[in-house]
Design a binder for this molecule. Structure first.
Ligand code: SF4
Length: 546
């Protein structure tokens, strides 16, 4: 399958490792020297929408993407006439119906809307080292572009400098840094979302955040994530840190308080410890009990002052999916993110990622069906975000259309982290004094970067757009990872606009399942999206026989 193959001659891309459904390698490294599509797009931006070497080449799709049931078996249904979704008063014409005029700004939420310049948000970036190290690039980049970012679970609990008294957080410099980093460049579009898991809830993180930052922050309740079914994990490689986390109440494996474990660590056979979270609702045995506890928690958070509350659920089976949609709808939440199996930004167990839960497209197809059941009963269904193995502009289009009209956002984890790694590595080379501050991994620019230029202005096609936004004096405070994220976002935006223009849809609210068809019968059966040559076949025949 071309989209899953390691090399793409047309784009000039090569994956370092084996590509997953998203097109990213199954293992994406922060020190990678390239050059997958996302890596190159973080420098070359929208130029990466096109085959390489214009004027010297022709290119053709292998057209072998629709094997098995996945997002890659879904195709986009273009039209040869018409145009809908232009702003009121703008007449459809060959001049107005051009792809740069496609409006991809969106909003989601119940009573209080959250605006976003693009229909995507980051996955939850929590207590993992990789999220902490590249936070500045990710938060500043997403704030500048104007899309939401999610601070994942356990940031307070693993922050060695946080003060927790009588089980409640009094201060957390790391959580403050994360929130303040985004708010510094936030200008009304996007949002900073803070996730709450079992430990965060008992540590009083919600109370801390609302008291310190007010309702600028969105609260996210967490049921799970696509990569795993047992809560978040991180790895630490010092005995002191393992003991610290154990004292903070985490499950640490192996148990660092055991003398034999300490002995093994000192002798080198144990080199690291895994910190785990706890399972939610463990003391409940019925869906009704979950409902009661969930509704009461939402009431409590609203009474604290939160105006916007979201829920993230993982790839649980159909009962868990239905519960998430129904409870989030009944509680009038602002967004429900439904994360299919697949990727994680932390250290989710590998075979768990490979084998647990419902794969994204199956989960998302059922989410649409269940949301429609609620809508048919007259309920205003909670706005949805789909996540799980989505990284390119065609993925964004397909997920939005598959779940239309309920899906307002696409949540992307690993894909949006690539520019943060890449930009930091470039900055570490070009500005060695900042190498350790930005966590750069390189000593010199690899050819995959040097081909674009020798300084940031030449390397990042989005450099001057960022400069225009913040002013040239402020550029010294913008990490290169943020410029790379801006550049990638611009490519995704332009790609999405092009696909939407081809479908003759000029605003996101016009997207529908009719904008898709599928390349094999099995995907048709599982998604309810018709097979490619069945769509409008009757209409076609009427044309021929008229
Ligand atoms: S940046 Fe990540 S996904 Fe891309 S080639 Fe490198 S390791 Fe693979």
């Amino acid at each position: 399958m071309i989209q899953w193959s390691k090399t793409n001659d047309a784009l000039g891309t090569v994956n370092r490792g084996e590509p997953a459904e998203s097109g990213l390698c199954t293992l994406c490294r922060a020190d990678c020297q390239g050059r997958c599509e996302t890596f190159l797009s973080s420098m070359a931006g929208r130029k990466m929408l096109y085959p390489k070497d214009f004027g010297m080449t022709t290119a053709g799709s292998k057209n072998t993407t629709h094997i098995g049931v996945s997002y890659n078996s879904v195709r986009i249904n273009g039209g040869n006439y018409g145009c809908v979704g232009l702003p009121e008063g703008v007449k459809a014409s060959v001049d107005s119906c051009v792809f740069p005029n496609v409006d991809i700004e969106t909003e989601f939420g119940g009573e209080y809307k959250t605006k976003s310049t693009l229909p995507f948000l980051t996955g939850a970036l929590g207590s993992t080292m990789i999220a902490a190290k590249y936070w500045d690039s990710l938060s500043i980049g997403s704030a500048l572009v104007g899309f939401p970012i999610v601070i994942g679970e356990n940031v307070v609990g693993v922050d060695p400098n946080s003060v927790i008294e009588n089980g409640k957080v009094k201060s957390s410099p790391e959580l403050d840094r994360r929130i303040e980093g985004y708010l510094r460049y936030y200008d009304g579009k996007g949002a900073i979302i803070v996730q709450m898991n079992v430990e965060d809830t008992s540590n009083g993180v919600a109370e801390y955040v609302i008291n310190k930052f007010g309702d600028k922050v969105v609260l996210e309740l967490k049921w799970g994530q696509g990569a795993k079914c047992i809560g978040g994990e991180i790895q630490v490689d010092s005995l002191e840190r393992a003991m610290f986390l154990k004292e903070r109440g985490y499950i640490v494996d192996p148990d660092p308080t055991k003398p034999e474990v300490q002995e093994s660590f000192k002798n080198g056979s144990i080199k690291s410890f895994a910190r785990h979270s706890r399972l939610g609702y463990s003391d409940l045995s019925t869906a009704e009990q979950v409902r009661e506890q969930f509704m009461s928690a939402v009431d409590t958070y609203r009474s604290l002052g939160y105006k916007r509350i979201t829920l993230k659920t993982g790839s649980y089976g159909m009962e868990g999916l239905a519960m998430a949609i129904k409870l989030a709808t009944d509680a009038k939440l602002d967004l429900l993110t439904i994360d299919g199996s697949g990727g994680g930004t932390g250290m989710s167990p590998w075979n768990m990622m490979e084998s647990w839960g419902v794969p994204s497209i199956l989960l998302h197809a059922k989410a649409y069906e269940y949301a429609s059941i609620l809508a048919a009963k007259g309920q205003k269904v909670v706005d949805l975000a789909f996540a799980g193995g989505l990284a390119r502009e065609d993925h964004i289009f397909k997920a939005l259309a598959l779940g239309a009209p309920y899906v307002k956002m696409v949540c992307m984890g690993r894909g949006l982290m690539v520019p943060a790694f890449l930009g930091s590595n470039i900055e570490g080379v070009l500005n060695p004094l900042r190498k350790s501050e930005v966590n750069g991994n390189w000593d010199k620019l690899p050819q995959s970067v040097a081909q674009f230029g020798k300084n940031a202005e030449e390397i990042f096609i989005g450099y001057y757009d960022v400069q225009k936004k913040v002013g040239s004096n402020e550029m010294k405070n913008i990490p290169y990872g943020a410029i790379a994220l801006w550049t990638l976002a611009d490519k995704l935006a332009a790609g999405l606009q092009q696909l939407m223009a081809g479908a003759r849809k000029f605003s996101l609210s016009e997207l529908s399942r009719e904008d898709l068809y599928v390349g094999n019968r099995e995907t048709e059966k599982e998604t309810g999206i018709p097979f490619v040559t069945d769509v409008k076949d009757e209409v076609a025949k009427r044309i021929l026989t008229s």
